[in-house]
Design a protein. Sequence first.
Lengths: 303, 246
Amino acid sequence: MTTTASVVAFDQVSKAYGTVRAVDGLTLALRPGETVALLGPNGAGKSTTLDLLLGLKRPDSGTVRLFGTSPRDAIVAGRVGAMLQSGGLMDEVTVAELVRLACDLHPKPYRPSEVLVRAGVAQIADRKVDKLSGGQAQRVRFALATAGDSDLIVLDEPTTGMDVTTRQAFWATMREQAGQGRTVLFATHYLEEADAVADRVLVLHRGRLLADGTAAEIKAKAGARRVSFDIADAIDEPALRALPFLTGIDISGRTVRIQSSDADATVHALYGLGVYPRNLEVAGLGLEQAFVAITSAEEAKSR
Amino acid sequence: MNTLIRLELTRALRNRKFLFFSVIYPSVLFLLIAGNADSGTKVPGTGLTVPTYMMVSMASFGALTAVLMGNSERIAKEREGGWVRQLRLTTLPGRGYVLAKTASAAVVSLPSIVIVFAVAAAVKDVRLDAWQWLALTGAIWAGSFVFAALGVAIGYLASGDAVRPITMITYFGLSMLGGLWMPTTSFPGWLQDIAKWLPTHAYAALGRAIEQSRAPHVQDLAVLVVSFVLFAGGAAWLYRKDTLKA
C-alpha cells in the first residue's frame, strides 16, 4: 500500500517492451533506513525496475512514488542519489571536475573533497575520466551518486568490474551510508552480496516479485537447509520420503541428502523412525542454491 | 547549470583538434583562398573585394564548424554512452544539457569569427567602419545559433556510426552549396537557384549586406528564421522522443 512513510512505493506497476513483460504488476514498498537488495538473474527486470523507480521510464500502468511524490520531484528535491549500470560519464574532464559538477547540481551538496575521499577516488582526482579502469569508473559513478545528502541511494550492480579488495571497501562505505539512516537499494546478481549486505532481499523473476524477506527467510522459503547422513542398515525409502518439512531428497548408495524447510523437525522425526544416521550434517544452503530453488519452482509452476 | 557550461567549455578548449578546426582552420582557409587575390579585385555583382567577400564566408564557415561539429557528434556519443541518462538523475532540467552544449559552442565560435576578421584586416587590408565590424561579429555570431540547433537535432537523430557521415555531409553540403568556399555566382544557374534557399547562403548574405552598408534581403532573413524554427523544433521533438525511450 502506498503510504507517506514509504521511501519507495510501487503500486501495480507494469512495463512491457513489445510482448515481453519486463515488469509485471509489481507492488512493493521500501521503508526508511532499510538496505534492500534487488536480486534476480539477467533479464529478471531489475534494470527496468530501477529505471521506473528513477523516472527514466514511465510505467504502462500503475504508479511509482518516491517520498510520496513523483520520481522527478524527489530527484529535484535532492532526496535521491543514483548510480546506473548504464550511466555514462563525461569524457575529457577530470574526476575532480566531474565530482564538482555533481556537487554543484545537488541541492544539499557535500564538499567535493569529502566526496572524493569517501568514494575512494581522491588519489585519481586529476585523472581524465576516459582513462579510468572499469572498477575506477564504478567508484566515480558512486561518487556522483553520493555527492549530496540524499535520503535514498539507488545502485544498479555497483560492484561490476571491481576486484575483491575494492568490492569489500565499497561495501564498507555503503554500510556507513546506510548507518547514517539512509535507505539503500541495490540491484545485484552477486548473491553473496545480497546475503552479506542487505537487511531485506527482493527476489525478482520475469518482472514479478517472487520473494520478499531477510536473506535467512529467503533461504528458508526455498527449503533451504540440507541434512545429510549415511545409513548402515537397509534404507526404508518411503519412510524417509514421508519425513516432515522435507522439500527434496537424494539417495545414492548409503548416503541420503535431504532438503528441509525445518531441519530440526526433520531430524527429530528421522530419529523417530528408529534409524541410526551416521555422519549427520545439517548445513544452510547458500543463497545461490536457495535462489535457484525458488526460481525453478516458479518456472515449474508456470509451465 | 553554470558549472556544466563551464565544464563543457573547459573540455572544448582542451580538445586541440577541435580547436584547430574551428578556430585556426577558417583563417588558414581564408589565406589560401584570398591570399593570391589582390585587394583590388571585386567579386562580380557585389561591389566587394575578394578578401572582403571571403572574410565573411570564412567567418561564417568557422562559426558553422564550431557549433555544428562540436555538438552533433558529442550529443550522439553521450546519449549512447549513458551520460545523458546520468544527468537526468540530477536536478539539471532536461533542456539544461542542450543549452549548456549550445552555450559552450557559441563561446568557441566567437574567437573563430574574430580571428578571421583580425587576419583579414592585418594581412589583406580589409577595411570597414567600426559599426560594421561590430555588426558583423554580432550577426555572424547570432546566426550561428541556427546551426547550433541543427547540430543538436543531428545529435538526437543519428547514433553510432551514422552520426559522423551525416554531420559531414550536412556540413560540407551546406558550406559548399551555400557558397561559403566560393561565390555561388560561379555555380551553374540551376545550382544557384537551389543555393539561395540554403541557410548557409542566407547566413553569409547577411554578413555581406553589412559590408555593403545596406539592409539585408527579406528572403535571407526569412530563410534563417524558418531554418531556426525548423531545426530547433526538430531538436526539441527528437529530444523529447529520446527522453521517453531512454
